[in-house]
Design a protein around this ligand. Structure first.
Ligand code: HEM
Length: 518
């Protein structure tokens, strides 16, 4: 062995021992156990970049801990496995805050000015702060009632009209993801932004598709101007477009939701120019998950003849034919189709990759037991909850479309383990809007169309390349499909009565969680 090789080997061994000692002496015994330390501070990084969302499952299966620590250079992550610990984390919404993350996103992803960031960042965990006030401002716009109803109606009418126009042309061949995301993008944004919806301009839609895949480059501040140049230009284009929308008062013809968003900004003295930058973030909330969720829902229904048949039978019972015009009522789809709703929830259970993250604003003893150190991040990966055999049973790895149907005599899986829309004070406020849209699109497709893959067989695209920003992944490749209208009639959608809220998340199920309103 040459002496220089021996010296290098000695240095590596010395560094390794130093890092092990550093990790040991800086890890408090009260913290959750630290794992994945084969190469101290580095192994978790390697694992995460190699396995992405599946890394947390691998750690759960290997160590079987209720909560554990991942040590990385300059940061600590505490990852929650035990469902029982989730309410404990959510209850501490001030000590373990989501708002700290949102504030960084406003600066890094939205690119808001220093003045605006100061406003957003003030009183991060106090009720009077901007981010803590936000849910209260938009509550009436996204909860059951006339405003949500109006927004839903608009989106569903846009979808129904578009599917009608397509049916008129006869069979069509489309790229399934590309086609669905366009349909949903237009319908969703028409519902939210009204007749002056900027996404009606194809340049805006194109800008969104350029910007979205690079959001992580902005989140991590990896010089997006240089490393994601096109995405950066797309964001600037969108911000300019939004500026016009707000400065010309076009939002006044939009939904109550967009009006509430302007109201909070006005009241916190955020200019219309900066409101425009915040609206780029609004698009992330509205679009990033709705579009892929609709793709997977359509995939799961049409790729399995049993699922398709069950849902078609359920929906057909609500179709009324008046003077030869078949009509489906939205209330029937939402209230009388438990298999459709169950398929929607199972689609989340099976596909979701979202991670609820919280920043520790102070040292905190979780459940009086686990020390969470100030400045660290607590993470609740949805995929871990959704793949735990003790919750979902031996069929955990199968897509079972009736899993969430409530049959008399059967025990319902713990609703807290369903994380499709997150939970606690940051539970997705848009879930009722999004659910209605996805269910109605699915219902119209099932009633009106047959979908066949051009190559004859359904193959589920992998999602390994999907960016880890959204709660639902995008497919790695698209599927060429043929859309065949099932009849040549002109269909209609009717809307009877106001919206009722559906049981989607644990918070919608009476008595399943505590009320965390602040
Ligand atoms: C299928 C579609 C959607 C999915 C899967 C989804 C999922 C989520 C998830 C997982 C969170 C984070 C919750 C947490 O960390 O605890 C969230 C937050 C949020 N979502 Fe959604 N979302 C969807 C659609 C929408 C829509 C359509 C809107 C607006 C109309 C919206 C508005 C928001 C907002 C504003 C937040 C932040 C809440 C807060 O900070 O208090 N989402 N969503």
């Amino acid at each position: 062995m040459s002496s220089s090789f021996a010296t290098a080997l000695g240095a590596v061994a010395g560094l390794y021992l130093f890092l092990r000692a550093l990790l040991h002496f800086t890890q408090d015994v009260k913290e959750p156990p630290s794992i994945a330390n084969a190469i101290p501070f580095i192994s978790p990084l390697i694992g995460m970049s190699a396995k992405k969302a599946k890394f947390y499952n691998a750690m759960r299966d290997k160590y079987n801990l209720p909560i554990y620590t991942l040590r990385m250079p300059g940061s600590r992550l505490y990852v929650v496995n035990a469902t029982a610990l989730i309410p404990a984390v959510q209850r501490q919404f001030r000590a373990l805050a989501f708002t700290a993350i949102e504030s960084d996103i406003a600066a890094n992803v939205g690119g808001v000015s220093k003045v605006t960031h100061r406003i957003i960042n003030r009183n991060l965990v106090r009720d009077e702060g901007y981010l803590m006030s936000f849910p209260k401002y938009i509550h009436s716009a996204v909860s059951a009632g006339p405003h949500l109803d109006a927004m839903n109606r608009k989106s569903v009418e846009v979808l129904a009209d578009s599917l009608e126009a397509l049916a008129r042309k006869g069979p069509a061949t489309v790229k399934m993801f590309e086609w669905i995301r366009h349909e949903l993008l237009i319908a969703t944004t028409d519902g939210v932004y009204g007749p002056k919806n900027p996404y009606r301009n194809p340049a805006m839609e194109k800008a969104w598709y350029k910007f979205e895949p690079s959001i992580m480059t902005f989140v991590l501040k990896l010089q997006p101007q240089l490393l994601a140049k096109e995405a950066y230009q797309a964001r600037e284009y969108m911000a300019k477009t939004w500026q016009r929308y707000f400065e010309e008062d076009w939002f006044k013809t939009g939904s109550k939701l967009v009006q509430c968003r302007v109201k909070i900004n006005d009241e916190f003295e955020i200019s219309r120019k900066e409101t425009a930058r915040i609206e780029v973030l609004g698009s992330i909330a509205i679009l990033s998950n709705t579009l892929p969720a609709t793709f997977w829902m359509t995939y799961h229904i049409f790729s399995d003849p049993v699922v398709l048949e069950d849902i078609r039978t359920e929906l057909s019972k609500g179709v009324k034919e008046v003077d030869g015009v078949p009509t489906i009522d939205m209330a029937h789809v939402k209230e009388c189709c438990p298999i459709l709703l169950s398929t929607f929830q199972e689609m989340f259970r099976y596909n979701a990759i979202g991670v609820s993250a919280r920043i520790a604003m102070e040292d905190h003893l979780l459940e009086g037991k686990y020390l969470i150190k100030k400045g660290s991040t607590v993470m609740i990966p949805a995929h871990v909850q959704h793949t735990t055999t003790s919750i979902w049973g031996d069929s955990v790895n199968e897509f079972y479309h009736k899993r969430f149907v409530r049959e008399p005599g059967t025990k319902r899986p713990n609703p807290i383990a369903f994380r499709g829309f997150g939970g606690g004070t940051t539970l997705c406020p848009g879930r009722h809007f999004a659910t209605t849209e996805v269910l109605m699109f699915s219902a119209l497709m099932v009633l009106r169309y047959d979908i066949r893959p051009v190559n004859g067989t359904w193959v589920r695209p992998p999602t390994d390349k999907s960016p880890l920003v959204a709660a639902i992944p995008i497919p790695d490749w698209d599927i060429d499909v043929e859309l065949h209208p099932r009849d040549d009639k002109e269909w209609q959608v009717s809307f009877s009565g106001y919206d009722k809220e559906m049981e989607i998340a644990a918070e919608d199920v009476e008595g399943a969680t505590e009320n965390l309103n602040h």
